[in-house]
Write a protein that binds this ligand. Structure first.
Ligand code: BJW
Length: 321
């Protein structure tokens, strides 16, 4: 049990009729709220996978070679240089294949197995929640998957699910190199020249034979899957929401971030888990009745969810309900 001293800030002391007073980082108080919560939503971001060794998008680690990762996640970048964008995604496919789901992924998966009314929205494309055996009906991958492949021709609907080829194709082999003794991968050094990869070296779409294959992720300016969005809206409208977890996300990208306010309007108390959550600049986001834990998600989620999922066994498994 955490022994963090009770917070005495103004926001933590505020209370409303619906939300009894509780310090924002009081684990005992959070456990009481969790035990009385049935409909639970989560929004996850790159910080959930940080402890598995996968870089986040913004802040430290948000650069790949000398490119801003968010600038590479665009149709424009792919049209300008499909080869460099594919190298970025091939590297991330390789890294995520080697990574292991952490205790945060496992704890959320265990919560889902125990509570059919828990829905998890993940912005992550790394497949780690799936590998932690999060039930697929309770997991919505808002931004697609590194392991889905689509056609770059907007009028072609070809999609291949679950392609784990590593390297994805011969030209992308430099992104799948494992260096001895933890030496840095030459590809990551911006001063290391990489051979230009032409579009003719990237596999063509087998259906339309016009477009080249591209990662099945959602880039800026692209719509999220319409059926998935409708499912999420239906879930949110069906009944009030008791609690929403906001885990390891900067909540800067829409429509993902908009689910926080939507859940709040449906009655949810918000619990944020993010090392920055208790920074002074972030405290204004904590409304009366909310919780915020400025900690690593992998370390914190098992503690927060313990009243529902129990303690993990020696293999780090929460077992079946
Ligand atoms: C830890 C930790 C530890 C570290 N434990 N935590 C409304 C207003 C304004 C703009 C828009 C709007 N609606 C739509 C837009 C446009 C745009 C948008 O949101 N722009 C913003 C930049 C303002 N959105 C879109 O274009 C979306 N499409 C869309 O809306 O279509 C309709 C439309 C089209 C055109 C115009 C208008 C509407 C699509 C968004 C797709 C985002 N795609 C990416 C790439 C996916 C593929 C890939 O992975 O490469 O998704 S961008 C990138 O950001 C990726 C992420 O999923 C996403 C969110 O990032 P995330 O996960 O929050 O990561 P970070 O790095 O930002 O934060 C990590 C956090 O973890 C930090 O806070 C750390 O502190 C924390 N952390 N260690 C816990 N151990």
């Amino acid at each position: 049990m955490d022994s963090t001293p009770a917070d005495t800030s103004a926001s933590a002391e505020t209370s409303t009729t619906n939300h009894p007073m509780a310090p924002h980082n009081d684990i005992e108080a959070f456990h009481q709220v969790l035990k009385s919560s049935r409909r639970i939503l989560a929004l996850c971001g790159a910080g959930l996978s940080a402890s598995s060794g996968l870089p986040t998008f913004r802040g430290a680690g948000g650069f790949w070679r000398n490119y801003d990762a968010t600038q590479l996640a665009t149709v424009r970048a792919f049209k300008m240089d499909a080869g460099i964008v594919w190298l970025f995604y091939s590297y991330r496919r390789h890294l995520a294949l080697k990574a292991e789901p952490n205790m945060g992924h496992r704890a959320l998966a265990a919560l889902a197995r125990r509570n059919m009314d828990f829905l998890c929205l993940t912005q992550n494309v790394d497949n780690l929640s799936q590998r932690a055996e999060h039930p697929s009906s309770q997991l919505k991958s808002l931004h697609g998957s590194l392991y889905d492949i689509k056609c770059s021709n907007e009028s072609c609907d070809w999609i291949q699910k679950g392609n784990f080829d590593d390297p994805f194709c011969a030209a992308l082999a430099p992104a799948s190199v494992d260096m001895p003794n933890g030496e840095p991968l030459p590809l990551l050094d911006p001063y290391h020249r990489v051979k230009h990869i032409g579009e003719d070296e990237i596999p063509k779409c087998p259906q339309c034979k016009k477009g080249i294959q591209r990662p099945g992720v959602v880039w800026f300016g692209e719509d999220l899957d319409a059926n998935m969005m409708m499912d999420i809206s239906a879930w949110m409208r069906a009944e009030p929401i008791d609690l929403m977890f906001v885990i390891g996300t900067s909540a800067q990208v829409y429509p993902a971030a908009s689910y926080i306010d939507k859940a709040r309007k449906r009655g949810a108390r918000i619990v944020t888990i993010n090392p920055e959550a208790e920074d002074e600049a972030e405290m204004y986001k904590i409304k009366p009745g909310d919780f915020a834990f400025g900690r690593d998600a992998a370390e914190c989620l098992p503690i927060l969810l313990e009243p529902v999922i129990g303690k993990p066994d020696e293999d780090g498994e929460f077992g079946m309900p």
